[in-house]
Design a protein. Sequence first.
Length: 555
Amino acid sequence: MPPQPVDYPSSSEARSASLAEKKGFHNNIDLHDGDVENAAGQLEEVQQFKQGLHQRHIQMIALAGTIGTGLFLGSGRAIATAGPVGAFLGYSIVGLLVSSVIFAVGEMGSLAPLTGGIIRYSELFCDPALAFANGWNEVYSYLVSIPSEIVAAAVIIEFWVTLNNAIWITIFGILMLAASLLFVRVYGELEFGFSMLKIMLVVGINIMALVITCGGGPNHKAIGFQYWRNPGPFTQYLGISGSLGRFLGFWTTFDNALYAYSGIHNITVAAAETKNPRHAIPQAARRIFIRIFLFYVLTIFMVGLVVPSNDPHLLSSTGTSSQSPFVIAARNAGISAVPSIINAVVLTSAWSSGNSNMLEGSRILYGMAAHGHAPQVFKRMNRFGIPYISVTLYGLFMALGYMTLSGSASTVFTWLQDIVSISTLVNWICICIVYLRFYYGCKKQGIDRHKELPWAAPFQPYSTWVSLIMFVILYFTGGYQTFMKGHWSTETFISSYLNAPVVVVLYFGYKYWRKTRFLPLAEIPIRPFIESYRNNPEPEPKRKKGWKRLNILWS
């Protein structure tokens, strides 16, 4: 049962004192009314949600965010576009840039474990108008990406059996909706299982690639670095010869990498539903480097060894495992059992991604409603501690998936998907801005991040500044092809550049309507959350013993 509302005193002074006393704040801290309410509301919100996610769930959910169809299917397009070395460099650079985003949300989320992730931090540490604008940008993204994953799962089924896709869209939609309306523990266990499958597949296909490279396949042909020499480490993109063509191919692969890494930053979206979030969230953030290396950088390196960049199958768009570079490598080496195995795990990846989007999207919508950026009805909880109205809204928009059954409607749906793809980049830009405000707010208020916060991210603020500058450059150059003679595409131009102007209009529109202000550094409410952290300590995690010390995936 959710806690009963507290009858606070009517005057602001008494109300602040009452809140401070009830939440255990020290009397010698000078807190504004709104600051106390924010920190007090944090604890009340944590009590309202069912804390069904354990540390192992958070660890594996963070890991699952880095593994999906972007790796299993989309990596082939990166090899074809940029060549093996170009793709390897592109995924490595974007992995480093995204790491600073994870560190940023990890530091803010461990201090203020609120449901909604960056939307809530924008409200607290920057400007409510930014929370409103980026919040609806995120809601739109999830409204379209959820049916996209359902359609992907339906297409994958066609690898084995051909039926009307409407049947599979309906089945997967109902299953996804049911899982999202039950205990969050159900979601956590599903994601845990799906993550284990993905990890086993990634390990398996990398071992397979190594065996093929060394000549251990059925054809006993050793490849080595042959494909790095012929057709070469880079490709000539858009038919442009020389260094410019190779550079454009390398630059274009950033788009593939951005899509592949999307969702990796959402480790704090369900913070209020996580047990011991101030231990679990930093643990997940600290391990991001090893995960990106093992499950992306190493994998894209191995792909470049076993598949030539000029293989025509790399650019196919079947939606099934037949377009996976690992399937192409296995087929070329004479291994026949791999396609069905990869297809089965890619199917679970699509379903897993849809489940994650349902949880993250509904919690973002709840977080917006909690601060008046969305109708209050989206805060309603069912008896399992789930914001069921928010989940239901995303369930209704699953019907967008039926648009793929019609030719003309499918074109519109593709446009919606393309616009969504850039929203991740805009969101990362917002995360960098909010964190820099948080960082310099700590500095202005004399807060020692390393001593007073639950966790202080490394390499700050330098890595965040580098990521912010690079993300802005990538945004403005994302649709560069449309400005080249003979390559104009209205769809590409709109999908590349519409998102940010919409966010800007929402930002200034809300700012004008609600008269919000950009919080001065000295007024950012960081101290109240530090006091809440000090007065509500979490139990120390148990130290691993014996064989458990070898577990690098969760603890």
